[in-house]
Design a binder for this molecule. Structure first.
Ligand SMILES: Nc1ncnc2c1ncn2[C@@H]1O[C@H](COP(=O)(O)OP(=O)(O)OP(=O)(O)O)[C@@H](O)[C@H]1O
Ligand SMILES: [Mg+2]
Length: 562
């Protein structure tokens, strides 16, 4: 009975169905088997296909009941259970799916066919659950392909109270093999789709690396996508801090909010060890791992985890923790570990990039400040220094002057002009009105000074309500308006400029519009427009420039308020 099925003739069942001629019976069986084979290559869903196989099995063996259970990938439970002959009401009354004990357990564990005249009489039987229809004769075959057990097919209650025959067993084995092919196909398809999704997610993260400069947002995206793909409860990304602790910089999952921003020890935690060893690790039981602190495991709420270091040129700059696979078995597979490692690679690139961007921004700020100092130094030397020298010379001549009072008046005028210069420089350095009275009074002084110095007429309109804006927003907007006014004077030859500041609950916007020449070329040498953009980027704000040749320029700076 154990020979290869495909080579044996299909002449079966004459003795049980005497009314049918042998040829008819064989033809019928053959047709049913062919149909079942054809169904394999149809577009039926796996469940529909298994249902069909179960029905054909029942029909060809004369079984009243038939069932096919598919073991899940972890091998611990049933992923699918397809039946024939049991009504849905009966299904409901029985309740839970078979748990794989008793005779079914033997089928699963030993993966050999089992044929019995009476299930209950077998010593390995554990009996039926409540409300289970009575069953006696039994034929079970494993669903196997290339040595891998995918589940089992079983048939009960052969018609006429007969026992199942060796022929029945061969048919069942053949159909079970077809079911195995179908299940394997479905899993291969699932794996292929999963790979595709992983690839897409990694791509998405790769693209985000190019466009997103905010590290927290990047890390959050990485944590989210990794958690989705690994099917995990929680993903944490920890980064070592200057004080030595490891801080959770991104988290995704139910417990994410309470984990975010917390720290773990940089010396005694599991994360610290993984950082030190620079090697990823799969932990199937956190409780049994002596490096995991009980407290940390409890906070994370997990039983199994993956620990993966973020490596950058052989240095570990962070660690990803993935906790508990969703489903009956919390353990992760080696595939999950490799997936986490791929994401860790992206995360370390993100951390590296953000460090470089920050250093670059700092360098530019420092360079900008240096340039500003150079300009002030030159003005102090050329204007204030010259003026003071003139005063000194004038004082020397007063003694010999014929008309002392007039000479003194001359010196006085020089002193007053110099004083104004010094005040202007001081205001440029840091307008005290900005600190003392806020943005609008500081802008009022600025526009007045610009107009006094022979600049264009300026209209200032500001509706900011009573409350002061955050300090860094005030400074940024002040500097942006100041630069826009300077540009309007320097490049546009504007006669009129309007400055409008508006505030909504979510944002504040400054609009500076001049009626000058319009921008011909923004690729000039200047740092003004670049500085505006950088100030705004630091505050998550945006800069818009609208300009028409000969018809003026409008600068719109918008800063969100959080
Ligand atoms: N309101 C404006 N009207 C006409 N052209 C402008 C205006 N604002 C800027 N530009 C043009 O854009 C260029 C870049 O401006 P930006 O403020 O960045 O540099 P800058 O004013 O030349 O130098 P810096 O601001 O560093 O002293 C200017 O050189 C100028 O050609
Ligand atoms: Mg400028």
């Amino acid at each position: 009975m154990k020979g290869p099925l495909a080579t044996r003739p299909l002449r079966r069942g004459r003795h049980t169905m005497a009314a049918v001629t042998p040829v008819d019976e064989d033809t019928k069986r053959l047709r049913a088997l062919v149909e079942a084979g054809v169904a394999l290559s149809s577009e039926l869903s796996l469940d529909a296909l298994l249902q069909k196989l179960v029905e054909v099995a029942a029909e060809l063996t004369g079984a009243r009941y038939a069932a096919l259970g598919v073991i899940d990938r972890s091998g611990t439970g049933l992923e699918r259970f397809v039946t024939h002959g049991v009504t849905s009401a009966e299904h409901e009354a029985i309740g839970a799916l078979p748990s794989g004990r008793g005779i079914l357990g033997v089928l699963i564990e030993e993966a050999v066919p089992v044929r019995l005249a009476d299930i209950a009489a077998d010593p390995r039987s554990v009996g039926f659950p409540h409300h289970h229809p009575p069953m006696h004769t039994f034929l079970g075959v494993p669903v196997v392909l290339r040595g891998v057990a995918y589940g089992n097919l079983y048939l009960t209650e052969k018609e006429g109270g007969n026992e199942f025959t060796g022929d029945d067993q061969e048919i069942a084995t053949l159909l079970a093999a077809q079911a195995a092919v179908a299940i394997e196909n479905a899993r291969l398809y699932e794996s292929a789709t999963r790979w595709l999704r992983q690839l897409e997610s990694l791509n998405e993260v790769g693209n985000a690396l190019l466009s997103e400069i905010e590290l927290p947002r990047l890390l959050a995206l990485i944590a989210r996508r990794l958690r989705e793909l690994a099917g995990a409860e929680l993903v944490l990304i920890g980064l070592p801090q200057p004080d030595g602790d490891i801080r959770i910089a991104a988290a995704d999952g139910d417990r994410a909010a309470q984990m975010m921003g917390t720290t773990v020890s940089g010396t005694h935690s599991k994360s610290a060890r993984v950082l030190e060893r620079r090697k990823s690790e799969r932990v199937d039981s956190l409780l049994d791992d002596h490096e995991v602190e009980v407290d940390a495991a409890r906070r994370m709420g997990g039983t199994a985890a993956l620990y993966v270091p973020l490596l950058l040129r052989d240095e570990a700059i962070g660690v990803i923790t993935v906790a508990d696979k969703i489903g009956p078995d919390p353990r992760f597979s080696d595939d999950d570990l490799r997936l986490a490692e791929a994401f860790a690679g992206r995360a370390s690139a993100a951390v590296d990039l953000s460090g470089r961007v920050a250093r670059d921004a700092m360098r530019r700020v420092v360079a900008g400040q240096e340039l500003e100092r150079t300009r002030l130094a030159r003005e102090l030397h050329d204007e204030t220094g010259q003026a003071l020298t003139s005063i000194l010379l004038a004082l020397g001549t007063i003694r010999e002057a014929d008309d002392v009072p007039t000479a003194i008046d001359g010196v006085r005028e020089l002193v007053v002009a110099t004083l104004q210069d010094v005040r202007r420089l001081a205001v440029e350095l840091r307008p005290s009105a900005l600190d003392d009275y806020g943005l609008v009074p500081a802008l009022e002084r600025l526009t007045a000074t610009v107009s006094e110095q022979g600049g264009p007429a300026i209209d200032l309109e500001a509706q900011l309500g009573g409350e002061r804006l955050p300090g860094e927003v005030e400074t940024a907007l002040y500097r942006i308006v100041q630069e826009a006014l300077t540009n309007a004077m320097k490049h546009a030859d504007a006669r009129h400029v309007s400055v409008v500041i508006t505030r909504t609950p979510d944002s504040v916007t400054a609009v500076v519009e001049d009626d000058g020449s319009g921008i011909e070329d923004t690729h000039g040498e200047g740092l003004g427009l670049v500085g505006m953009r950088e100030r705004l980027a630091l505050l998550d704000g945006r800069l818009r420039i609208e300009s028409t040749r000969g018809a003026g320029t409008t600068i719109v700076a918008e800063v969100p308020l959080r």
